[in-house]
Design a protein around this ligand. Structure first.
Ligand code: ADP
Ligand code: MG
Length: 314
């Protein structure tokens, strides 16, 4: 029997929408794109972002705390765990329904609550860069800094937000469980929101107030599971150089050397396209034959068939 192609996909914000009601609809379109790949006889592992969802959960828990000061302060790591379950619940259901609608009755779907190790000496901890949750006034921000040791930063005249570090993932704690589920033919949703960031001290894991970029966590998962393809599904069909400028050029194929050169020439915006291209390079260079692809959510199947998207290879 021919070995199935193993694909790790990273879903961007557009795959889930920004609010509760949007997510219900968005997961239907997302599930169609994923089941298209199952019909192409691929094994699929799904990683998703969680920016708006973890923000919503954190806002709800902090609003409760403001209303009743005896309520506990819920750590960000717990909010990430909650967001994995909430998103997994919606995605799992939408995938199940889409599979059954297409007569694919033997493909179970599972969500794995996933912890991802980070290094407490990661330089990212020295310069928190990722804004999360709602905006606060100056006095509220000062209070939060004092009470919880949060780092609060002014955000483009819109108020103050908590900023957290975005360290690199070093190890996926539940990797072997994910592997057995994938090997037994399940669609697995894992490393949601980049994973719950934890640090290790002997046998003890502690959650940390940080956010791991889902583009890097999914890349690590793709390497660890020996995937053939790593696909980043986002809001653009291809990667461009001179993005948004008159001389903009959309790219079909990119060697990892060319990609690195374009990074040096600053063609990719930090925090959006840059981590994707960096993750794509890392996967493509991790073993001969591995291919990274960046494309639009709805074009996942076309991308796999070689018809669109930006393919990054060594
Ligand atoms: P996601 O939620 O999928 O992670 P992001 O918004 O973080 O999506 O990143 C994708 C966005 O990056 C695109 O929608 C596009 O606006 C932007 N972008 C920045 N630089 C480029 C580039 N060089 N080529 C294509 N898109 C780019
Ligand atoms: Mg992003």
């Amino acid at each position: 029997m021919k070995k199935k192609k193993r694909i790790v996909i990273a879903l961007g914000g557009n795959a889930l929408g920004n609010a509760l009601s949007e997510q219900m609809d968005a997961v239907k379109t997302t599930s169609k794109a994923i089941v298209d790949l199952i019909e192409e006889d691929c094994e699929v592992i799904v990683v998703h972002g969680n920016g708006p969802q973890v923000g919503m959960i954190q806002n709800a828990t902090s609003a409760l705390k403001r209303e009743d000061s005896t309520q506990p302060n819920i750590p960000l790591s717990v909010c990430v765990a909650m967001s994995q379950a909430y998103i997994g619940y919606d995605l799992q259901n939408a995938l199940r329904e889409e599979l059954l609608d297409r007569g694919l009755c033997n493909t179970p779907v599972a969500t794995m609550i996933t912890q991802v190790l980070v290094d407490d000496k990661d330089p990212a901890f020295q310069s928190p860069s990722k804004p999360i949750g709602k905006f606060f006034s100056k006095s509220e921000a000062d209070e939060l800094e004092k009470s919880y040791g949060y780092t609060m930063q002014e955000d483009a005249g819109r108020g103050y937000r908590r900023v957290v570090a975005s360290p690199k993932p070093t190890e996926i704690v539940e990797l072997e469980t994910i592997r057995s589920l994938v090997d037994s033919g399940e669609i697995v949703i894992a490393c949601g929101g980049g994973g719950i960031p934890v640090t290790k001290s002997e046998n003890h894991l502690s959650g940390v107030g940080a956010v791991i970029d889902k583009d890097f966590a999914s890349e690590l998962l793709a390497e660890n599971l020996d995937a053939d393809f790593f696909i980043i599904l986002t809001a653009v069909e291809k990667v461009a150089i001179n993005f948004g400028k008159p001389e903009e050029k959309w790219l079909d194929n990119l060697s990892t050397d060319e990609a690195r050169q374009y990074i040096d020439e600053k063609h990719f915006a930090p925090g959006s396209m840059l981590p994707k291209v960096e993750a794509a390079i890392k996967f493509a260079e991790s073993k001969p034959g591995r291919v990274s692809l960046i494309t639009l959510l709805e074009k996942a199947k076309d991308g796999i068939l070689g018809n669109t998207g930006t393919r990054i290879e060594m």
